[in-house]
Write a protein of this length. Structure first.
Lengths: 100, 393
């Protein structure tokens, strides 16, 4: 059995975990799932009331909350679905075409 | 000495499950396997088992429930037939690919369409390459014995693959025959406790069934393929242990009067019984005929079968399933391929028979042995892809 932190591309068939099991959590943090976004949300901090309506709707946990206040988006994992933009009653979130 | 009883094949499997007392049994009714979960639900209601019985809404869910229960470290079982097995298809691969030793009792029935509820092997033959071990049973006794052994095979650390134990729908599932059961405590001791090395409830940080990237997927498939190869020895070891316990010994296949046979039939499940009766009849007349009854179809005992029929002049492989490959049925193509490296090979022909509950009386077996006589006399196989019992053919 090998922990994910020790996994590498030199592992032979008899060294990888049976059935593709992953030991040691947090692996999705390493995966950039934000690269298929078409529209991107933006947080306008001065309009934000920290009402906390947006963060529970985020399917990708890309709205970090600390000390009862939200912070800027985690764009490594935000897929640009726009639900947060839709639920914000204060216009504190925009949702526009992303220029890369 | 075991317990002498008379049971149908479905009852035998239900009793085996009662004695095994799995953690989870999830099933959806489908003819002709319906009786098994029905009997089992009664055992649950009567408090004779402490299994979590999940009355799911489909076979897709039944297999999903078994997969997750097994991933959680439990022992799970299910039962199905025909289209129910087809609906499990996606999850069959998930169970074997995630290396979860689920056990499944298949009561063989023809696949739709057109819809037909009677026996043939199109259901389990379609699942032959899903990474499941497949055991076939001639009668109620073998269905019972194979099921009890299937847990030990599936859960062995060198295997960790699911096992389906098959018997013929209606023919053995509903026919009542004599049977010798093991005592409950002996079954309990034989199957032991399921203690997986890792499970979702073990407290460790573990993910099962995650996305497998191109960098690792191939290695996992190679592991799975190796496990199927390695399972052959485990099947033999478990069968030996079971034989020592019960006096009923099983191999990868049964050779019935094969020693000096010049003509032979290869067959599995209930038709093997009919074939043996004809074999006895012909042997009494001095004809050198034999039967090879396949018990283990996956893993396929390639070298062993080739060796067992290398001395035979002509072999008919009988498939109770079409493969629609235009090249013969599944058992036939496997057997024929197995013989390729033999220095002297028998002529091997294929008979598709008994589809959708078409009766298979002794006449069919007589016909096949007669046809083999012609193959031997001509010393050439003639048409190799044949059908028996179809009107006008």
């Amino acid at each position: 059995m090998i922990y994910v932190k020790d996994a590498n591309l030199n592992l032979a068939w008899n060294e990888v975990n049976i059935g593709g099991n992953i030991y040691g959590g947090g692996t999705s943090l390493e995966v950039n799932t934000g690269d298929w976004r078409l529209l991107i949300p933006a947080w306008i901090e001065e309009k934000c009331k920290h009402c906390m309506l947006c963060f529970p709707t985020c399917a990708d946990s890309s709205i970090p909350v600390k000390n009862e206040k939200r912070e800027d988006f985690d764009f490594k994992h935000c897929k640009g679905c726009g639900v947060c933009f839709k639920v914000c009653p204060f216009g504190a979130i925009t949702w526009e075409k992303e220029d890369k | 000495m075991g317990i002498r009883e008379r049971l149908s094949g479905n009852e035998a499997v239900a009793i085996a499950l009662k004695q095994i007392n799995p953690d989870v049994l999830a099933a959806y009714p489908i003819t002709p396997s319906t009786e098994v979960p029905q009997y089992f639900a009664q055992f649950v209601a009567d408090g004779q088992v402490d299994t979590e019985f999940v009355a799911v809404e489909s076979e897709h869910s039944a297999m999903s429930a078994c997969i997750t229960a097994t991933a959680a470290g439990g022992r799970s079982a299910t039962i199905t037939s025909a289209c129910g097995l087809a609906l499990m298809w996606e999850l069959l691969y998930v169970a074997s690919g995630t290396r979860l030793p689920v056990t499944l009792a298949v009561v063989n029935r023809a696949l739709s369409g057109p819809i037909n509820i009677n026996n043939d092997h199109s259901d389990s033959m379609g699942a032959r390459d899903s990474g499941w071990i497949q055991l076939y049973s001639e009668n109620n006794q073998e269905a019972y014995d194979n099921y009890i052994m299937s847990l030990r095979i599936a859960e062995h650390k060198d295997v960790m693959l699911p096992v389906m134990t098959c018997q013929d729908g209606f023919i053995t599932s509903h026919a009542i025959e004599n049977i010798e059961l093991l005592e409950d405590d002996k079954v309990k001791a034989f199957v032991g406790e399921y203690k997986p090395e890792h499970s979702l409830l073990s407290g460790e940080s573990i993910s099962m069934g995650p996305y497998d990237t191109p960098m690792f997927y191939f290695e996992h498939q190679y592991q799975r393929a190796r496990a199927m190869v390695d399972s052959k020895q485990v099947i033999l070891d478990v069968s030996k242990e079971f034989g020592d316990l019960t006096g009923r010994y099983y191999g990868l296949f049964e050779e019935y009067k094969m020693e000096d046979a010049e003509r032979a039939i290869i067959v599995l499940n209930s038709t093997a019984g009919t074939a043996k009766a004809v074999c006895d009849e012909l042997r009494a007349k001095g004809e050198k005929v034999g039967i090879l009854k396949l018990r283990v179809y996956r893993p396929f005992p390639m070298e062993e079968i080739a060796k067992a029929i290398s001395h035979v002049k002509a072999v008919a492989v009988m498939d109770k399933a079409e493969s629609f490959s235009a090249a013969g049925g599944p058992v036939f193509t496997d057997v024929r391929s197995a013989c390729y490296e033999l220095a002297t090979r028998p002529h091997i022909i294929n008979y598709i028979y008994g589809l959708g509950g078409r009766d298979v009386p002794v006449d069919v077996i007589h016909f096949v042995f007669d046809e083999l006589k012609k193959v031997v006399a001509d010393n050439k196989p003639g048409e190799i892809y044949r059908h028996v019992g179809v009107r006008g053919v």
